[in-house]
Design a protein around this ligand. Structure first.
Ligand SMILES: [Ca+2]
Length: 135
């Protein structure tokens, strides 16, 4: 009797798992199929951006949910990482100049531009700012 009860409990668990799996698959859409890592996703309205390793280093790619179209945002040979998106602007960390800088891509114009390319360590501008404030 006990073995039979365990069997029915296991059957109910398996059924619940199958329903949950079907539910998840119904509402999930795979947007990348490349064999390398796609990580650090961020989303704004219908655009998803992420760090992509398909070219052998970190790049930034995007996917438009409305069109189903994937496209590169930046594929520079240096490392790009940690993308964020808001409105038409994609912003990320970029090592193309040998240290971490911040770059931006404007979706409305298709233009990329550096935001911060200071070669100093991040502590130095803060320290100079502090000294300037103190006179
Ligand atoms: Ca890159």
């Amino acid at each position: 009797m006990r073995g039979s009860q365990n069997y029915h409990v296991e059957q109910r668990k398996n059924l619940a798992l199958q329903k949950r799996t079907r539910f998840c698959h119904k509402y999930q859409t795979r947007i990348t199929t490349d064999k390398t890592d796609q990580i650090q996703p961020a989303i704004w309205e219908n655009i998803i951006v992420w760090k992509d390793a398909r070219n052998g280093n970190g790049d930034i790619y995007m996917y438009d949910i409305n069109t189903g179209k994937e496209s590169p945002v930046v594929t520079d040979t240096a490392e790009q990482s940690n993308p964020v998106i808001e409105g038409n602007y994609v912003v990320w960390e970029d090592r193309r100049n040998g240290n971490l800088d911040i770059y931006m891509y404007d979706l409305s114009t298709g233009k990329e531009k550096p935001i911060v390319t200071n070669t100093s360590p991040p502590e130095k501008p803060c320290y100079i700012g502090w000294k300037d404030c103190m006179g």
